[in-house]
Design a protein around this ligand. Structure first.
Ligand SMILES: Cc1ncc(COP(=O)(O)O)c(C=O)c1O
Length: 403
């Protein structure tokens, strides 16, 4: 059975269950290629593990620091997949990667401390800093499109005596870029020089295209990584966003204890549900073949979409991602703000995508949109045809120049 063929996407169910800019929130007839959440049901192994757990009918308290099987599975998982050497005792299951980021910020930022937040980048870096009453300082992280390189040359200029932390999104959402060992070493050396912490979000590290090698910051060794506070989540690679499951982890024991304190698990006000942890354990231990098939599927989707946008759609330029199932598209030549363009597409061609701009990715992402590729090939083709029709309609209506 192919888990990712066209028939696998059940729009009737998605219309009832998929929120956050997706099927349940758009008008009938609109195709949402919006939030980073897949249109496929989860791996059968995850469903089976959940059903077995539910069958017993017991939903008792779990250990405050999470099920030991979760912590051990995670330690083995990151060792095998990313060569990270993390003691299972230094892994804490929490209710989402978003929560994990808020915990890191709360544990280590004091009011008025500054945190460097790359712009563009996922809004949760800024929001977690603000929730801790810190001050997010945007670093305009331009990329050289041809070479897939982020410009880090001016990073140090943004550091003041109030800077406490740098946010690192590796792989990067929305660029879909992975950092080289040299870049990670460079970021680390700046953090060492100025005694800064690193909020290291690796939620996208499972979604790496076959032509790319992922490097975790832990390749620099645990001694240097004692200033690294890491975040992972199961929403993206396993389609478990609604179960709200992720974790925080650290190689340094003392730093990890501060995360535990900030998480409120010891008072039972924080933590992840038993069902969510069971799903994540099955994802790590029994859903890897399914994940590999998913990556094959989105590799085909990526290659098709990048080619189609760059060759068939006038005025738009798509960056080819190395990781993530997100496509970052330059719409500057359309001469419209991201949100106006997105609204136009929704009204005129029934396609929903995510606008660049302050709200989701930061000011530098203005003039761009983000498209989610984690759907069937059929829906993606239809969505991109609508995008093409929308752009052509705009060209005609506004007399836009194009080649
Ligand atoms: C970089 C990044 N971090 C964190 C999250 C949040 O994930 P979760 O659903 O686990 O809160 C997302 C979701 O899009 C993301 O892209």
């Amino acid at each position: 059975m192919n888990y990712f063929d066209d028939k696998a996407v059940n729009i009737d169910i998605l219309k009832k269950k998929a929120y956050n800019l997706r099927w349940a929130e758009v008008a009938d007839g609109v195709i949402p290629l919006t939030a980073a959440d897949m249109d496929f049901p989860c791996a059968p192994a995850i469903k089976k593990a959940l059903l077995e757990y539910v069958e017993d009918g017991y939903f008792s308290y779990t250990p405050k620091r999470g099920l030991s099987e979760f912590n051990e599975s995670f330690s083995t998982y990151v060792k095998n997949k990313k060569h990270e050497d993390i003691n299972p005792n230094n892994v804490l299951a929490v209710d989402s990667a978003a929560r994990a980021m808020f915990i890191v910020a709360k544990a280590f930022l004091k009011p008025e401390d500054e945190m460097i937040v790359f712009d563009p980048c996922d809004f949760l870096f800024r929001e977690s800093c603000l929730a801790a009453k810190g001050i997010p300082v945007s670093y305009p992280a331009a990329i050289d499109v041809e070479n897939r390189k982020m410009d880090l040359s001016k990073l140090e200029d943004y550091i003041t005596n109030r800077t406490k932390m740098i946010g690192l999104c590796n792989p990067h959402n929305p660029y879909g870029l992975v950092y080289t060992k040299e870049e990670l070493g460079y970021i680390m050396s700046i953090c060492e020089k100025h005694d800064l912490l690193i909020m290291n979000d690796e939620i996208w590290s499972d979604i790496i295209y076959p032509d790319t090698q992922f490097n975790s910051i832990y390749c620099l060794g645990n001694e240097r990584c004692k200033r690294v506070l890491s975040v992972f989540g199961f929403s993206k690679s396993f389609g478990l966003a609604g179960l709200r499951i992720g974790c925080v982890y650290a190689s340094d024991d003392k730093m990890f204890e501060k995360l535990v304190d900030a998480s409120e698990v010891m008072s039972t006000a924080g933590g992840a549900t038993s069902l969510s942890q069971i799903a994540a354990i099955a994802a790590m231990n029994d859903a890897q073949d399914w994940l590999n098939e998913f990556i094959n599927h989105i590799t085909n989707n990526r290659d098709f979409a990048v080619d189609y946008i760059n060759k068939e759609i006038p005025l738009l330029k798509a960056y080819k991602p190395q990781a993530t199932f997100l496509l970052y598209v330059d719409i500057n030549d359309v001469n419209m703000s991201g949100s106006d363009f997105v609204e136009y597409l929704k009204q005129e061609v029934q396609l929903a995508i995510v606008p660049g701009g302050h709200q989701y990715f930061g000011n530098q992402s203005e003039g761009h949109v983000r498209i989610c590729l984690a759907t069937s090939r059929k829906l993606l083709e239809e969505g991109l045809l609508r995008l093409k029709n929308g752009v052509n309609k705009l060209i005609e209506e506004r007399g836009l120049k194009h080649e």
